[in-house]
Design a protein around this ligand. Structure first.
Ligand code: AMP
Ligand code: GLY
Length: 436
C-alpha cells in the first residue's frame, strides 16, 4: 500500500483534449499525492485544474523531452491513437511510466481481427467471424452466411467502420466500400461477424499486466437523436452503473472474457496494462464480447470519475509500473453509492458539419452538476468558445437514476448556448427499469 505521508509528490501529464481527459484531470487534481498536473493539449476546462501544454502527442520525442524537463512521474494517455502509435513503449524506453498499453497490447483496440483471433484462441464468447484481406474471399464467405450480418473494417475508424447489414446486398456493398478505401488504411483488412442480439453494456477493468481490478459498468447512447434515432456519434450521454450488468454477469464476464484475455496477452509476451474497456452484448446465451477498447470511454469516463470516491493516482500508477514495484494486488477502490449521468452538449449539426466559435454562457452558474469540457477553448478574457462537435459534458450524481438525470438536465438548462443541443432522454431505459 502507498503511504501517502511518506510518498514524494508526483508530477503528472494527461494526454488528450476531450471530456474524458477533463474528467481524468479533475479527479487526479484531487489527489493528495499530486504536485503539478499538466494536460496536453487540453481544452478550455482542463486549464482550470491543470496547466495546458501545447504538445503534439504524435511527436514522441517531444513528449519525452517535456517529461524529462518537467520531471513527470506518470503519463496518462487518454485516446487510442497514441496507444496504437506505441507512445507507451517509447515512454517506457525512456524510463517514464505511462498509463495505457503499448503498441502490441493496444491491438486489442487497433485490430478487430487481432481480437477475434485472440477470442478464438482463448475460447472467449463472441460472435462467429471470418477475417479477410481481399474482396474475393470475403464475398465467397458471405455466400455461406445469412443476413443480418456485420462487416467491419479491421483498424481504427473513429467508430465509423462498422456496417450492420440488414441484407446480403448491403453486406456485399460494405465489403466493396471497405476494400475501395472508404476507411483508408483501417480497411486494408476486414472482419465479417455473426449479428448478435441483446442489450449492450460497457465494462471497465484496470489491468497491471497480471492482476485485474473491475472498475464499474456503464451504458452510453451512441445515436444523435432522442429515442436512440439518427446517425451514430462518439456518444451523446452515459450513466453508471448499468443495472443490467448484475453482479452475476460481472462475475461471468471476469471469468469468461477478461481473465482469459489477460492470460492470453501475458502468454503472448505482451501483457495488457491500462484500462480494458469491454463492449459486451448481453445475449440470451450470456455476455459476449463485441469489442475491446484500450482506453476509457468518452463520455463513460466522466460518469466513472464522478462515482469514484478513492484517490485514482495509486491505481493509475499500479498499472503503469515499469519495475513491478507497485501492482493492483491488494488495491481496492471505494465508490459513491450514487448513480452518475452525463449529458453531452454538442454543436448544432453534429455529427455532420457544424460551426465553430460560438460563445457559451452560464457555466459558472451551474451548481447541480459538474461540467466537463470537450471541444472548448477559452479566450484571454475568459470567454469559453465551442471549437468541436461534442463540446460540454454535464455530469451529475443522484441517489436514483431519475435524480441524477434531473440534476444533469438542471445543469444543462443553466447553460446559455443557443448554438448547441443535447438529447433530452439520456438514461431512458434505466429510468424505465428503475420505475418497474
Ligand atoms: P464496434 O465498433 O465493434 O463496437 O461496433 C460498433 C457497434 O456496432 C456496437 O456497439 C454494436 O452496437 C454494433 N455491433 C458491432 N458488432 C456487432 C455484432 N456482431 N452484432 C450486433 N451488433 C454489433
Ligand atoms: N463512448 C464510446 C467510446 O468511447 O468508444
Amino acid at each position: 500500500m502507498t503511504d501517502i505521508n511518506s510518498s514524494p509528490k508526483r508530477n503528472i501529464l494527461v494526454l488528450g483534449s476531450g471530456g474524458r481527459e477533463h474528467a481524468l484531470c479533475w479527479k487526479i487534481a484531487q489527489s493528495p499525492l499530486l504536485d503539478a498536473l499538466y494536460c496536453a493539449p487540453g481544452n478550455g476546462g482542463t486549464e482550470s485544474v491543470a496547466h495546458n501544454v501545447s504538445l503534439d502527442m504524435a511527436d514522441h520525442a517531444a513528449v519525452i523531452q517535456f517529461c524529462q524537463d518537467k520531471n513527470i512521474h506518470l503519463v496518462v494517455i487518454g485516446p487510442e491513437a497514441p496507444l496504437v502509435a506505441g507512445l507507451a513503449d517509447d515512454l517506457a524506453a525512456a524510463n517514464i511510466p505511462a498509463f495505457g498499453p503499448g503498441f502490441e497490447a493496444a491491438q486489442l483496440e487497433g485490430s478487430k481481427g487481432y481480437t477475434k483471433d485472440l477470442c478464438a484462441e482463448a475460447n472467449i464468447p463472441t460472435a462467429a467471424y471470418g477475417r479477410f484481406t481481399n474482396a474475393k474471399d470475403a464475398l465467397a464467405y458471405l455466400e455461406t452466411q445469412n443476413a443480418p450480418i456485420v462487416v467491419k473494417a479491421d483498424g481504427l475508424a473513429a467508430g465509423k467502420g462498422v456496417i450492420i447489414a440488414e441484407t446480403m446486398q448491403q453486406a456485399r456493398d460494405g465489403v466493396a466500400d471497405i476494400f475501395d478505401g472508404a476507411f483508408g488504411e483501417a480497411g486494408a483488412e476486414l472482419v465479417i461477424e455473426e449479428f448478435m442480439t441483446g442489450e449492450e453494456a460497457s465494462f471497465f477493468v484496470l489491468c497491471d499486466g497480471e492482476n485485474a481490478l473491475p472498475l464499474a459498468t456503464a451504458q452510453d447512447h451512441k445515436r444523435v437523436g432522442d429515442g436512440d434515432t439518427g446517425p451514430n456519434t462518439g456518444g451523446m450521454g452515459a450513466y453508471s452503473p448499468a443495472s443490467i450488468m448484475t453482479q452475476e454477469l460481472i462475475d461471468i464476464s471476469m471469468r469468461q472474457v477478461i481473465h482469459p484475455t489477460l492470460q492470453a496477452m501475458a502468454k503472448r509476451g505482451t501483457p495488457y496494462r491500462g484500462v480494458l474497456y469491454a463492449g459486451l452484448m448481453l445475449t440470451p446465451e450470456g455476455p459476449k464480447l463485441v469489442e475491446y477498447n484500450a482506453r476509457f470511454g468518452d463520455p463513460e469516463c466522466q460518469v466513472l470519475m464522478m462515482r469514484l470516491a478513492s484517490d485514482i493516482v495509486p491505481a493509475l500508477e499500479a498499472c503503469a509500473s515499469l519495475d513491478g514495484s507497485t501492482s493492483l494486488a491488494g488495491l481496492t477502490l471505494e465508490w459513491h453509492q450514487d448513480m452518475a449521468m452525463c449529458v453531452v452538449m454538442a454543436a448544432n449539426g453534429y455529427p455532420g458539419a457544424y460551426e465553430k466559435g460560438s460563445a457559451i454562457g452560464g457555466l459558472d452558474k451551474v451548481d447541480a452538476a459538474t461540467v466537463f469540457h470537450a471541444g472548448t477553448a477559452r479566450d484571454a478574457d475568459g470567454t469559453v468558445r465551442a471549437i468541436g462537435g461534442r463540446v460540454l459534458n454535464v455530469t451529475a450524481r443522484g441517489k436514483t437514476v431519475a435524480q441524477a438525470q434531473a440534476n444533469a438536465y438542471a445543469g444543462v438548462d443553466t447553460i446559455e448556448w443557443p448554438e448547441g443541443f443535447c438529447r433530452r432522454d439520456i438514461g431512458h431505459k434505466e429510468i424505465a427499469r428503475e420505475a418497474d
